[in-house]
Design a protein around this ligand. Structure first.
Ligand SMILES: Nc1ncnc2c1ncn2[C@@H]1O[C@H](COP(=O)(O)OP(=O)(O)OP(=O)(O)O)[C@@H](O)[C@H]1O
Ligand SMILES: [Mg+2]
Length: 261
């Protein structure tokens, strides 16, 4: 029997008068890589921000290991977050801190671990994402792709049981993207991490996912294995999947786009 690690139950979220999540439900099993896929503005980031408790639902439940985290006090939530890593879509590094201080931030803030040890731990996590020797640099001295990987190193710094990744491969070159995919897979296979990965990167989604959920305008249209999703009859799902096959931008298309903008 698969153990349910995360259960999202009929989640709705309203921002002002806009209903952004319209009753979303799904379960993520222990040690599973669950990919949340969907177009821009469909509600992917909003969904995972609820799972880490950064947003409170308008209605619905978020159950992690049997506990409804929407009911936790602030203090309980901080305790709970130790078990979860979260890669922000924007990276969200602290500009005034060096790379190693960003990666070791949790330990610097919340523990009495000796600084040299924290630095060593940060170096180890940086090596996992293919970054060595940049410990003393500041985020402003890095490329976008490097910043993303530093954020990823920070997300896994506490060896969390659950990691939520918001667009881990966006803005990365194909080789680096493949490396990040491999890292996500190895965290599952070697440590038994449960992951939710938000992505529009179809190659990445089909490479790493145990199951994929397709979200569109705040509604989940399909949940299934990569094979099931590939052959799913829903037009919304097919449109998203087949966008990949539309091919490169032709000269005519480019002229059309210029006219429109
Ligand atoms: N704090 C907020 N206040 C008001 N509206 C918000 C807020 N956060 C998100 N939204 C709105 O909710 C909708 C979904 O946003 P969300 O960030 O979840 O999309 P997404 O699927 O992650 O898109 P993308 O792929 O572009 O990152 C958008 O229309 C956005 O404008
Ligand atoms: Mg987003």
């Amino acid at each position: 029997m698969k153990k349910v690690k995360i259960k999202v139950e009929n989640l709705t979220k309203r921002f002002g008068d806009r209903l952004i999540l319209k009753g979303i439900s799904f379960e993520v099993y222990e040690k599973e890589i669950f990919v949340l896929m969907g177009g821009s503005g469909s509600g992917k980031s909003t969904t995972i921000k609820h799972i880490i408790g950064l947003l409170k639902p308008t209605s619905g439940k978020i159950i992690v290991d049997g506990v409804d985290i929407t009911k936790l006090s602030k203090k309980e939530l901080i305790e709970f977050r130790k078990r979860m890593g979260y890669l922000f879509q924007e990276g969200a590094l602290f500009d005034s801190l060096k790379v190693w201080e960003n990666v070791g931030f949790y330990y610097l803030e919340n523990t009495k671990m000796p600084v040299e040890e924290i630095r060593k731990l940060a170096s180890e996590k940086l090596a996992l994402v293919g970054l060595k020797g940049i410990e003393e640099l500041y985020p402003s001295e890095l490329s976008g792709g490097m910043r993303k990987r530093v954020s990823l190193a920070r997300a896994i710094s506490t060896n969390p049981e659950i990691v939520l990744y918001d667009e881990p491969t966006s803005g990365l070159d194909p080789v680096t993207s493949a490396m990040i995919d491999k890292l996500i897979l190895s965290l599952r296979d070697n440590i038994g991490v449960t992951s939710i990965v938000v992505t529009h990167d179809l190659d990445s989604a089909f490479t790493i996912a145990d199951r994929i959920a397709m979200i569109h305008k705040g509604v989940i249209y399909a949940i299934g294995t990569p094979e099931e999703i590939k052959h799913h009859p829903d037009p919304v799902v097919q449109q998203f999947i087949n966008r990949k096959a539309e091919g490169p931008i032709t000269e005519e298309l480019f002229k059309e786009m210029q006219k429109e903008s």
